[in-house]
Write a protein that binds this ligand. Structure first.
Ligand code: DGJ
Length: 309
């Protein structure tokens, strides 16, 4: 069992550092990738931040017990202009598996400390535990990109969803066949809604996406949206969060990923509780839920056994 909002430790007893993370199921194992924020939190300008350590990977056979596989995309300390320099921002990693080549492709938000550069970066590896080779970053098809996620659909087509043009919309971008390049903006959705932290998933022929509002490290209301296709049109179903303390503020958490369960219609939503005073002590909640169309709810639970989802 995992205690939602408690301190989660890996098999070596260390605090799990996998914030803004995503989970990949491959070869009978689960891999959890996330931001390692284990350094000191300090304020620069108006922004609370930690220096980039890199992207950590943890592996598990049951989603409960997690072995640290190391920092699979480490910071590059020597070069100040490098995207992965500790002074930068490296957030919300998601790893895809490219079936044809067997390679693993990581997409990640890359930025300068002030979030004014707005890039999506990409790295590749031959193994899910890396090491990942960093290929570089850019503004996807010319559009500034903040919070983002990447996923493959059931056919293996890759998609990037990113907050675009200063959060004025979420762009849905089809990736190149090898999953390493943005190929085409296929949807400009959530226009004017200022949504971020996108966590899409597929159910019963439809697409769903959890998102948050856009308030820095502070919490806000979640939204669940539905669409017939990844590119839209996306329609809000409202806030699905119920129970617990302040569900209308996502219990003070923010969405990051949705894992499909073993039984059709069952999922588990992953959220981060950011602690701006000590970002390395940001906590996790994982909440199993069942799809029920427009009436889908995500209920607070004090503890979770993800192996049963
Ligand atoms: C909210 C985003 O979802 C996080 O990933 C991070 O970028 C913070 N904003 C920074 O304030």
């Amino acid at each position: 069992m995992l205690t939602n909002g408690g301190i989660w430790r890996d098999t070596a007893g260390e605090i799990i550092q996998a914030h803004g993370g995503g989970i990949l199921h491959h070869g009978g194992k689960w891999y959890w990738y996330g931001e390692n924020k284990g350094g000191e939190t300090y304020r620069k300008g108006e922004i609370d931040r930690t220096d980039v350590i890199g992207i950590s990977c943890y592996s598990s056979t049951d989603l409960v017990s997690w072995k640290h596989e190391g920092v699979v995309l480490p910071a590059v300390a020597g070069e100040e202009d490098h995207d992965l320099h500790p002074s930068r921002v490296v957030e919300r990693p998601k790893v895809l598996h490219h079936r044809a080549s067997g390679r693993f492709v990581m997409w990640v938000h890359i930025d300068t400390w002030d979030y004014r550069t707005g890039h999506a970066g990409v790295a590749v590896a031959d193994s899910p535990t890396g090491p990942f080779q960093y290929l570089g970053s850019g503004r996807p098809l010319g559009h500034i990109s903040h919070d983002m996620t990447a996923f493959t659909d059931e056919r293996g087509v890759g998609w990037l969803v990113h907050s675009a043009d200063w959060h004025s919309a979420l762009h849905i971008v089809r990736l190149s066949e090898d999953l390493t390049e943005p190929a085409e903006v296929v949807g400009i959705e959530f226009v004017g809604a200022r949504r971020e932290a996108p966590a899409p998933f597929q159910h019963d022929g439809k697409w769903y996406m959890l998102t948050s509002g856009c308030t820095g490290w502070e919490p806000n209301a979640a939204d669940l949206a539905v669409a017939p296709n990844p590119w839209g049109p996306w329609q809000s179903l409202g806030d699905p969060c119920r129970g617990g303390v302040d569900p209308e503020l996502t219990w003070h958490y923010q969405s990051t990923f949705v894992v499909p369960g073993r039984t059709p219609g069952h999922f588990m939503a992953l959220f981060d509780r950011w602690n701006p005073g000590n970002l390395g002590d940001s906590r996790y909640i994982w909440l199993p839920f069942q799809m029920n169309g427009a009436d889908t709810v995500i209920e607070w639970q004090d503890s979770v056994d993800p192996s049963r989802v």
